[in-house]
Design a protein around this ligand. Structure first.
Ligand code: PEP
Ligand code: MG
Length: 588
């Protein structure tokens, strides 16, 4: 038994056999039944044959052109492909450890790579890159076997708990979540996108567990507590019972004091609560939780793992229409694709991209979050942006839609994006389609946007503050990096001052401002936001009941006094004290 401490990000307890996924190489280790071994071996054989044909073709193409020297590289790769240390060893791993072929190839590669590390000859040492290339090709060809991951999941005797170093939404989308009880990752923080997705899937999850994925022995069982962040490898019977009992207690429904009419604070200030969702099917959870609309639909999730034509205008139109009709007459705010470079390895996006902006090798290397993402991506790829806008404008005939741009950092970006919207509207008109006027807003999630809120407010119809990113960029703390997660501080004076600037900027032009970051789903922070004069929020549907109760028990005027006081303080500890004291009085 071993207990590790992470951050609980999605409530509940999951217990089951561990399924280990290494996202660095995107390889998942699946234990397989004895009668599946032969299928994995023939899949390995087919992948080897396909890789062989591809390498021969590449070599011939290059040899015909200028680079016969280069062609020799592929001769070497062909030899590596047939080397028993790679394929032979992988086949042995499949048989002996009863794991999937893709994992076995990765294992064989890791073993040979160690040998290469010790080689002094610089020529041989440099061949390590080729070896990685060959193994990568084999894995790609194995993964191309249709539905391989789903198939392997279905084959597991019992649903499992997924343990990964890192989990991107594209891996999440490959998985069948009815077969996964929960997950834990080495990386991550509360605002990690996959953590957000876990909450919307209702799957218990913990993140920020450092080297958990390396510590799990094959076949181990594991317990993930999504509230405390604890992960126990090989839990005892007593630990299982205790965790399950705690989970049952926590999931007892919150008692909500219901009232007629709009939601108000104790002193009569009206507050709007909407839902953040990632998938169209989450609309029912939002409605059931009493959301007054969708404040944030993260549209980019529909690109991840979707069918290849998902980016087509008609496909998007149907999704948006389904959303608006499901929520009608409540409004739906759809943010244009907030794709970042991490998500660009997908064939669907690749096919549509302009290669000038995304050279293949660079893309693989860059994993920062301040690159070509959000509205920058839309402006760099206007055809993708306009396709989305046309679909949105068409769906607007079926109910109230608002369009929102993510990751805006300047007025110029807003103007260019609005110009593209006008163009998209004209393109529809040329097809005989007239769309109703649609409010255009922006996310305030980059410090430059927050500082220039008064200028941006002249250009748009509404603001939504994305505190997840705003905190990350203001404090220069990567929200996916568990090593600095203790520095990710919503109560930092810089964050609070920026929130005030944004609220004032919006008020000066009389445009509405809402908060859609995770900050609003923490009761203590929600009260502070109310005190800062912010009265519209959008959050995961699961947090709405809590938020409603907090609003009904809070006096906006009293919190305004607390907010004034804390805005003059210098450290997080100093700020936290009066806040906690004010909370203690209401929570009695
Ligand atoms: C945010 O940044 O606060 C936000 C809501 O957007 P996301 O979490 O999708 O980056
Ligand atoms: Mg964001």
């Amino acid at each position: 038994m071993e207990r590790l401490k992470g951050i609980g990000v999605s409530s509940g307890v999951a217990i089951g056999p561990a399924l280990v996924a290494i996202q660095r190489t995107q390889v998942i280790r699946f234990p397989i039944a004895p009668d599946r071994v032969a299928r994995e071996l023939s899949a390995l054989d087919r992948a080897r044959a396909r890789s062989h044909d591809q390498l021969v073709q590449i070599r011939e193409r290059i040899a015909k052109g200028k680079g016969s020297d280069l062609a020799a590289i592929f001769d070497a790769q062909l030899l590596m492909l047939d080397d028993p240390m790679l394929i032979g060893r992988a086949a042995t791993v499949v048989c002996e450890e009863r794991v999937n072929a893709e994992w076995a190839v990765q294992r064989a590669l890791d073993e040979i790579a160690v040998v290469f590390d010790d080689v002094k000859d610089p020529y041989l040492h440099d061949r390590k890159g080729d070896l990685h290339d060959v193994a990568g090709r084999l894995r790609m060809n194995l993964r191309d076997e249709k539905g391989a991951a789903r198939d392997l999941l279905q084959d597991l005797d019992t649903p499992c708990v997924l343990i990964a170093d890192e989990l991107t939404p594209s891996v999440v989308a490959q998985l069948d979540w009815t077969r996964i009880r929960g997950f834990a990752t080495d990386a991550g923080s509360r605002t990690y996108h996959t953590a957000i997705l876990a909450r919307s899937l209702g799957v218990p999850a913990a993140v920020g567990l450092h080297d958990l994925s390396q510590r799990i022995p094959p076949g181990a069982s594991v317990l993930v507590d999504g509230d405390t962040g604890d992960v126990i490898i090989e839990p005892s019977a007593a630990e299982r019972q205790e965790a399950e009992a705690r989970a049952r207690l926590r999931s007892a429904p919150a008692v909500i004091r219901t009232i007629d009419g709009p939601l108000q604070t104790t002193d009569g200030v009206e507050v709007t609560l909407q839902a953040n969702i990632e998938r169209p099917e989450d609309v029912s959870a939002a409605v059931a939780a009493g959301a007054e609309g969708i404040g944030l639909y993260r549209s980019e999730f529909m690109l991840v793992g979707g069918p290849p034509d998902m980016a087509a205008e008609d496909e998007q139109y149907h999704v948006y229409r389904q959303l608006v009709e499901g929520m009608a007459p409540r409004p739906v705010t759809i943010r244009t694709f907030d794709i970042d470079e991490r998500q660009l390895d997908r064939p669907l996006v690749d096919a549509a991209l302009d290669a000038r902006w995304f050279p293949e090798q660079e893309r693989a290397q860059r994993v920062g979050h301040a690159g070509l993402r959000g509205i920058r991506f839309g402006l760099a790829q206007p055809h993708i942006f306009k396709t989305q806008v046309r679909a949105l404008l068409r769906a607007a005939s079926h109910g109230p839609i608002r369009i929102m741009f993510p990751f805006v950092s300047s007025v110029q970006e807003v103007r260019t994006a609005r110009m593209l919207i006008d163009q998209a509207r004209r393109e529809l008109e040329a097809r005989g389609i007239t769309a109703p006027p649609v409010p255009i807003g922006i996310m305030i999630e980059v410090p430059s946007a927050a500082f220039t809120a008064p200028l941006l407010a002249r250009e748009v119809d509404f603001f939504t503050i994305g505190t997840n990113d705003l905190i990350q960029y203001t404090l220069a703390v990567d929200r996916t990096d568990e090593r600095v997660s203790d520095r990710y501080e919503p109560l930092h004076p810089a964050v609070l001052r920026l929130l005030r600037t944004v609220r004032r900027g919006a008020a000066r032009r009389g445009i509405p401002v809402a908060v859609c970051g995770e900050m609003a789903s923490d009761p203590l922070l929600l009260r502070l936001l109310l005190g800062c004069g912010l009265f519209a929020f959008s959050m995961t549907p699961g947090a709405l009941a809590m938020a409603r109760r907090v609003v009904q028990e809070t006096s906006a005027a009293e919190m305004c006094q607390v907010a004034k006081k804390v805005l003059a303080l210098a450290t997080v500890d100093e700020i936290e004290r009066p806040l906690t004291e004010s909370f203690a009085t209401v929570s009695k």
